[in-house]
Every structure is written in structure tokens, then in C-alpha cells.
Design a protein around this ligand. Structure first.
Ligand SMILES: *Cc1c(COP(=O)(O)O)cnc(C)c1O
Length: 235
């Protein structure tokens, strides 16, 4: 096995994050492999190395891979901004939606989740650093959204997700992660079913884990650099 291949990177990353968590007295985080812009073949390869949870940003792109890999026991997470007109497809085809940030989306996902499937796992996306123009609800709105999700039998409230500003300053990012953990703990007192705090990407996963993340979303550090960025508007 070549040192630089994704399977090797996966096991190396798992070990590193688990030891980070252990140092902080926490359980190892769940690792979500972010497969946007990657081929179905690359997903298959990482699955062969033991990875089952994959994250995608764009519904259309994801559906092609979900169809192509229908025979594999994979868990699909939508982590990109979700437009309401794509909520039906998302509710029907994904296992998790991590980017729920408004009540209209809660209603659409709940309505369209087929009754014969397990409840759709949902995270509330919080705009933790109040960056203008960014997706995510305010910290103050999170409780109201959690309540709405918890009331819908076709949805399962699992926790919170955040994407802190891509600030060069890791101390600023660490503070954002800490604020998220505090909000998560406060909400969990009211919604004990919440077990997931999704934060941390390739560049700051270790910091996020040290600050109490339970799920990291990793693309580049597993698959290598992405060739080109798909505009967010196409999600
Ligand atoms: C692309 C993306 C990631 C993964 O980013 P990397 O830096 O490649 O690890 C994680 N979360 C979200 C929401 C993303 O859009």
C-alpha cells in the first residue's frame, strides 16, 4: 500500500484523532469522509478500507454516486447548503442532513421523508461567528429549530454542525469551537437525544476534537486537494 493513498491516510488520521480525543478525556470522533468532487470509484476504494460514512455538498452530484454505489452499505450525509426545492430529494435519498438552518426546511424535510424509512438524522447548522452572508442559524435560533425537529416523527434530532470562518488565526477558530461546544451542552440538557457535534475539517480537525467535536468532516486530508470548486449556488 502506497504511503500516500487514501486508505493509508484514513488509518493514520483515525489514529491521530483518537489520540487527540483521548488526551482531552473524550471518545474518538466519528470520521465523515467528504467525497464532493470525487468519483464513485474513489468512494468505493475508501469503503474497501473500512469507511462507511460519506458527506456530499450538492444533491445532484450526490445522487449519481448514491445510485452508482447502491449495492454498498454506505451512510450518506448532506453537508452543503440545501435549497427548499431540493428538500424532497434530500429527504428521500440521504441518511443525514447536517445543514438545517431554517424552519421552512424542517417542515419540507419532515413532510417528504418517506414513512417506510428510518427517521432522517438532522443537525442544526449554526453560524457561530456571525459571519455575514453565511449559512446557518444564529446561536439564539438553535433552540427553536431543535424543538421543531424533535416534534417531527420522521426526523431525528442528533445535534449541531458548524463551519467556523476560514480564519488564519487558529486561536479565533478554537474560540468558535469552544462556543459551539458550550451551546451543544446547553441544548443537550433539554434534548438528551443530541449526540453529535459536527465540526472540524482537514485543516483544523485536531483542534476541533480537542475542543469537544464528536464528528469531523474530512475531504482533502483523505483524498488529496480538490481540482476545482463547484459554486455554492449550484447546490
Ligand atoms: C468541503 C467541506 C468539508 C471538507 O473540507 P476539507 O478541507 O477538504 O477537509 C467539510 N465540511 C463542509 C461543510 C464542506 O463543504
Amino acid at each position: 500500500m502506497a504511503l500516500e493513498d487514501p486508505a493509508h491516510r484514513l488509518s493514520e488520521l483515525r489514529t491521530r484523532l483518537a489520540s487527540r480525543a483521548e488526551n482531552a478525556g473524550l471518545s474518538p470522533p466519528v470520521l465523515l469522509a467528504v467525497s464532493k468532487t470525487r468519483t464513485a470509484g474513489e468512494v468505493r476504494g475508501l469503503h474497501a478500507a473500512g469507511q462507511t460514512a460519506f458527506g456530499e455538498n450538492y444533491v445532484q452530484e450526490a445522487l449519481e454516486k448514491i445510485d452508482a454505489l447502491a449495492g454498498l452499505p454506505l451512510q450518506w450525509h448532506l453537508i452543503g447548503h440545501l435549497q427548499s426545492n431540493k428538500a424532497k430529494e434530500a429527504a428521500e435519498r440521504f441518511d443525514w442532513v447536517q445543514s438545517v438552518d431554517r424552519i421552512k426546511l424542517v417542515d419540507a424535510l419532515a413532510r417528504h421523508r418517506p414513512a417506510n424509512l428510518p427517521p432522517l438524522a438532522v443537525l442544526v447548522q449554526v453560524n457561530i461567528d456571525g459571519e455575514a452572508g453565511k449559512h446557518g442559524c444564529t446561536p439564539a435560533e438553535a433552540a427553536m429549530l431543535c424543538e421543531a425537529i424533535a416534534a417531527r416523527p420522521t426526523l431525528a434530532l442528533r445535534g449541531l454542525m458548524a463551519i467556523p470562518a476560514p480564519d488564519g488565526d487558529m486561536a479565533v477558530r478554537g474560540a468558535a469551537f469552544r462556543d459551539m461546544r458550550r451551546l451543544f451542552d446547553a441544548l443537550r440538557a433539554r434534548f438528551p437525544q443530541m449526540d453529535t457535534l459536527s465540526m472540524g475539517m482537514s485543516e483544523d480537525a485536531e483542534l476541533a476534537v480537542a475542543e469537544g467535536s464528536t464528528m469531523v468532516r474530512i475531504g482533502t486530508a483523505l483524498f488529496g486537494p480538490r481540482a476545482a470548486k463547484t459554486p455554492d449556488a449550484l447546490s
